[in-house]
Write a protein that binds this ligand. Structure first.
Ligand code: HAM
Length: 418
């Protein structure tokens, strides 16, 4: 039997209700905060991601779905959206049209990671990219959008972690200090961290290895390397989060797994979903647009993992999807009335009512059971003695009340089941 590829999921109709609820909340909040939707292709030139995200990151060095197409181009299924949005922003000169572009997306992403609970190879993100301003009010707004969506999903057990990575000069000084600090402990570091000492020393800070974390005790802190402007920006963001009543913890080890960040970085974590606890990750990336060939433009954004968020929602039982129901189920009392049922069903459907009837030659009793299963608000009995008088019987399933309606008078049912 052919099976789905490891790390990918089928989302079956029962599950879709959760996805639709989440999507509705996302669309509603994007409207409230005035973000406009952008859609980009599923695949891009590989170079976009290697230059954008950084060659030494796990995503680029280990996880991308990269392939050579029949014209010898190296293409990659998008592992994240920020680089794609920036590419589209540059390509369509969006910055010349509007001073500030507030964009959002909902899209599948692809990373060849080891699958486990909350970690998949095809997963889905929604997110925003606000491109065109240095203003710390936007950093706060971006965090606020993510937080509002999670709150509207009913999640309570969430925590915002906040940090500032400053600017490259500040970070480079910190990198040197961190390397110095760790060089004497090099042999004790985990293999991964040893490799990162030269290539990407910051990533050692969020190593999951317990002993690495012990070795980091007393290590220099990035916050002490920030200059006045960076600190001012960071303090303003913190002040605004307080005004917005968004609780946060400062975490000076929060460096994120992508190279493009400057200043604010943040994650929103849930303690209810196991090891893969980051529901949302994001931050400011003031240098990326220039790095990808555009004119220097500051920007800030986040992306949220939909599968992980829904895991958290289920663990917290934060919402119950709305009960699915239909307006009317047509019960075929006499077998030979199939055409009539089809005709009546057509009439209601053309008038925008949700209608179902039997396709499986079921008994009247089985049709009733089906009407109940579908949470039908009304059923219409078509057949028997009434039908010979040109009439049908309408039953309201909530109170059991029944009434006789003439077939010439079906429009009266429309006003009842609106
Ligand atoms: P990221 O931290 O790589 O950031 O991903 C954001 C979120 O996507 C994660 O917090 C997680 O919820 C979800 N996610 C990532 N990988 C997986 C996976 N393999 N399976 C399931 N969920 C996953 C970014 O992608 C940046 N583009 C965020 C950003 C936007 N920064 C600025 N703008």
């Amino acid at each position: 039997m052919i099976k789905a590829i490891k790390g990918t999921n089928d989302i079956l109709p029962d599950e879709i209700q959760y996805w639709n609820h989440l999507t509705n909340i996302v669309l509603n909040q994007m409207n409230i905060y005035n973000y406009k939707e952008i859609r980009t292709p599923i695949f891009e030139q590989t170079e976009l991601f290697s230059r954008g995200i950084g060659d030494s990151t796990d995503i680029v060095s280990k996880e991308m779905y990269t392939f050579i197409d029949r014209s010898e181009n190296s293409l990659t299924l998008k592992p994240e959206m920020t680089a794609s949005v920036v590419r589209a922003f540059i390509e369509h000169s969006l910055g010349k049209q509007f001073g500030l572009n507030k964009l959002f997306y909902i899209s599948p992403m692809f990373r060849q990671e080891r699958p486990q609970a909350g970690r998949f190879r095809q997963f889905h993100q929604f997110g925003i990219e606000a491109i065109g301003s240095h203003n710390p009010y936007l950093d706060a707004e971006v965090i606020q959008v993510a937080f509002s969506i999670l709150q509207n999903l009913g999640l309570k057990d969430i925590e915002v972690n906040l940090n500032s990575l400053g600017i490259p000069e500040e970070r480079n000084k910190f990198a040197e200090a961190l390397k110095d600090f760790l060089s004497s402990k090099k042999n004790e570091l985990s293999e991964d961290s040893k490799n990162r000492l030269e290539s990407n020393v910051f990533r050692i800070l969020d190593s999951k290895n317990q002993h690495d974390q012990e070795l980091l005790a007393g290590s220099p802190s990035l916050i002490d390397f920030l200059g006045e402007e960076s600190l001012e920006h960071f303090n303003k963001v913190k002040e605004l989060l307080t005004i917005a009543k968004i609780p946060y913890s400062e975490n000076h080890k929060l460096v994120r797994g992508l190279d493009y960040y400057t200043h604010t970085t943040f994650e929103i974590l849930s303690s209810k979903v196991g090891a893969q606890s980051a529901l949302v990750g994001g931050g400011r990336y003031n240098l990326l647009i220039e790095q990808l060939g555009g004119t220097s433009t500051p920007a800030v954004g986040f992306a949220a993992g939909i599968e992980r968020i829904l895991l958290a929602c289920k663990a917290e039982e934060s919402f119950i999807p709305a009960k699915e129901e239909i307006d009317i189920y047509l019960i075929r009392v006499d077998k030979e009335l199939e055409n009539k049922i089809f005709e009546i069903g057509t009439y209601f459907r053309y008038n925008n009512r949700t209608v179902e009837f039997d396709y499986l030659s079921r008994s009247v009793k089985a049709q009733m059971r089906e009407a109940n299963r579908l949470n039908s608000k009304f059923v219409l009995f078509v057949g028997g003695e009434e039908f010979s008088k040109g009439e049908v019987q309408l039953k309201n399933m909530s109170d059991g009340e029944q009434q006789i309606v003439h077939l010439n008078n079906l429009d009266s049912i429309l006003s009842i089941i609106k």
